[in-house]
Design a protein around this ligand. Sequence first.
Ligand code: M6R
Length: 604
Amino acid sequence: MCGIVGVLGDHEVAPLLVEALKRLEYRGYDSAGIATVYKSRLDRRRAVGKLVNLSDVLVHNPLPGKAGIGHTRWATHGAATEGNAHPHSCGPVTVVHNGIIENFRELREKLAAHGITPSSETDTETVAMLTAHHMAQGLQPREAVMATVAALHGAFALLFLFEGEEDLMIAARKGSPLAIGHGKGEMYVGSDAIALAPMTDQVTYLEEGDIAFVSRAGVEIIDAAHNRANRDIVRIEPGTTLIDKAGHKHFMTKEIFEQPTVVAEALGRYAPAGLPSFPDRLDFTKITRVVMVACGTGYYSCLTAKYWFEQIAGLPCEVDVASEFRYREPPVTPGTLALFVSQSGETADTLAALRYMKEKADIVAGLVNVGTSSIAREADIALAILAGVEVSVASTKAYTNQLTILALLALHAGRQRGVLTEAQCRGHVEDMKRLPDLMRQTLTLEGKIAKIAETLAPATSILFLGRGVMYPTALEAALKLKELSYIHAEAYASGELKHGPIALIDRSLPVVVFAPHDRLFEKTVSNMQEVLARHGQVTLITDAEGARAASEGTVAQLVLPAASELCAPILHALPAQLIAYHAAMAKGTDIDQPRNLAKSVTVE
Ligand code: M6R
């Protein structure tokens, strides 16, 4: 979602701010802006759309100054207009903000009584107005920000700059992450270390409730109780902030093609000696139930894992989307492992669900790709997804690594609960170790997949079908296609077809069926026949045995290498991703940053 940067520099900051904002583009945004303080005066430039528009504005109307803040905005309150773009200013204050100020209407009403009225539709402007109001009453910037932050409800990260203060930025964190970067005679603030990577690898992460007073000499941090707080400076590993397409046209294809490597890494980490290996605290002899919570793609990896926990480990497993789970107030029984799956580790709903379970579950674990994220820090145990930085808004390699690690976790549970023998468990891990190779073979089919995708691209709606573990695969395929190509897509458990969606089938409806030759193959094929009998245009994704048995009548077949039942949903994710990618290519959409989407959804 929104991105924040700030620089107290030794040189002109406008180019640095724009460059840092570019590195935050992956989070998703629809307008951008920067502000500086120069010769004691605050000034700002803002533009709707991509950063190139802001750069154009700056070419015609440069913004001098060695102290500045910048922002990429993903619209929540008010449309993507220049007037709603950040920074928002009021009197001697300008501010950028991630998150949502829930009580902004109430604050606005109070400020109106003092004759302070907004000029934008945003919640953020209220923060600038309130701080300016406190300063008008005689408070210095530091005290004014403390008073403002204390009055705000919601989840936010804020960064302030002040008129007449060329050596001061104030940052506040409650719910949305912020990192302070340390340079030589320069200081920086960013919503993540990726933004700051070209400037520094020395970073301090703010904790919940922290307020940081940043000058070129360093940073002073106070905690939620306004006591001085010591926060460590950590060195950021270069690989974790590398943003590079490595010769690919899009980050998405680069990330799709990285999957064999990162899956191998996950297998190496979580099954180093032929058996699954997880922290001792994940003791499945004591766990009687697994509750998994996530959003979007993470939710589909959890749905897949539900089949594995139940079938392989005989362990009851419940899965929910975080936005529902958090308000469902589900009863929690003793012996519950609550597992939260999130690429970013910052998804607001998943984090709230984690906090709900924190007092109730026996163990709260996070499966996260960003080791410094809120979910990683707040969980009792954080398991790393090990996918490397994922820049494309559409998740690919994080998904297949989530699946790989969850499959190993289910095997671990099966082994510890005595449902699997050691030999059976080793056999499954052995199968999984073939995955990187099977994935490489599957990726060689890209040309064929691109052709299939081109035939699907003109459709206005596409149906995906699958059974068992292939049902979440179908759901994920539909999500990827919607996100990237904006084609309406739906997924059904193929057995559910005749209970309604079969009414949609006619000659114009493309139907993609995931059907590896597994124990449910015949059942899926029967459902596929029901589609063919009604002239549906079926693309069959299967393996050689499946293709031999069921290709008749289908318009296209994609033959993947044969894989074990545990590996099949991981392998079938690849054509699902490539179909979406190539359909989007055919339609000319913005692949790495699809419209309206954000990489990390930090608001409810
Ligand atoms: O960072 P998270 O894994 O918590 O994000 C959850 C969803 O927002 C995310 O998976 C989203 O659905 C992706 N755009 C899918 O490609």
